[in-house]
Write a protein that binds this ligand. Structure first.
Ligand code: SF4
Length: 246
């Protein structure tokens, strides 16, 4: 894996931490319940072993303010914060080392709907102001369409389609991507659950089917799909799809 042309494996652990940081899904589980918020946010700096106490305090105060948490909140324990405030603290911890890349793993799915938009807007502001790149993992297609500039669709551990967001949502090429987009529930009464024709075969990562791994569920599979693995077909400038029939 290359970042800016450099292999991640050539970097030591601390250098990788300065480059890439995570925000996890559940802020009720990702923050140490026995530490104050400001100590949690300071930990990545302390672990580097190169920052003075004054520099750590300055950076922690600055990033807490940047994510919308007051100095008083920094003195609190995680249990004294709401879900949205905890996720702000988790974002502060991820950004305090000024990384280039943040892996956001379903960062809003554990939050109340009313708070989700606030966190998404905060992430968007931070990306713009700090020049960040997000690797944003989500099942929520509306969120993906809102935040992403490029989307990769994964099935059973492989990317099966990749494209710029507009192109992918306007013209999905892989049958799994098409089914995902068709499966979005609408708030219209009486419409029920959409029939996306994927059948009953549930994906099993411990028993990957031969050929195309999507073939037991694919509504347009042909005989070739059951024994021949499709190779990625690249479609410039950003597109890729892995399907014999695409
Ligand atoms: S390769 Fe075959 S089974 Fe796989 S997605 Fe394409 S049509 Fe469906």
């Amino acid at each position: 894996m290359l970042v800016d042309g450099r292999s991640l494996f050539d970097l030591d652990r601390k250098a990788r931490a300065r480059l890439i940081q995570p925000v996890f899904q559940d802020p009720f589980a990702s923050l140490n319940p026995r530490r104050r918020i400001k100590d949690i946010v300071a930990l990545p700096l302390a672990a580097q072993g190169t920052f003075s106490r004054g520099e750590i305090e300055r950076r922690v105060g600055g990033i807490l303010e940047r994510v919308g948490l007051s100095a008083a909140m920094g003195e609190r324990m995680p249990a004294q914060l709401s879900g949205g405030q905890r996720q702000r603290a988790a974002i502060a911890r991820a950004l305090v080392l000024e990384p280039r890349i943040v892996i956001c793993d379903e960062p809003t799915s554990a939050l109340d709907v009313s708070v989700q938009a606030q966190i998404l807007n905060l992430l968007a502001d931070l990306r713009r102001d700090l020049g960040l790149t997000y690797l944003f993992i989500s099942h929520n297609l509306a969120v993906v369409e809102h935040v992403a500039s490029e989307v990769a669709v994964m099935y059973l551990g492989r990317f099966v389609e990749r494209n710029e967001t507009d192109a992918l949502f306007r013209n999905p090429r892989h049958p799994y991507t098409q089914a995902l987009l068709e499966s979005v529930l609408t708030p219209e009464p009486g419409k029920g659950v959409p029939d996306i024709g994927l059948g009953e075969a549930m994906p099993d990562p411990s028993n990957i089917p031969p050929g195309c791994r999507f073939n037991p569920r694919c509504r347009i599979a042909v005989e070739r799909c059951r024994h021949e693995t499709p190779t990625p077909m690249v479609r410039p400038p950003a597109g890729m799809v892995e399907c014999h029939l695409a």
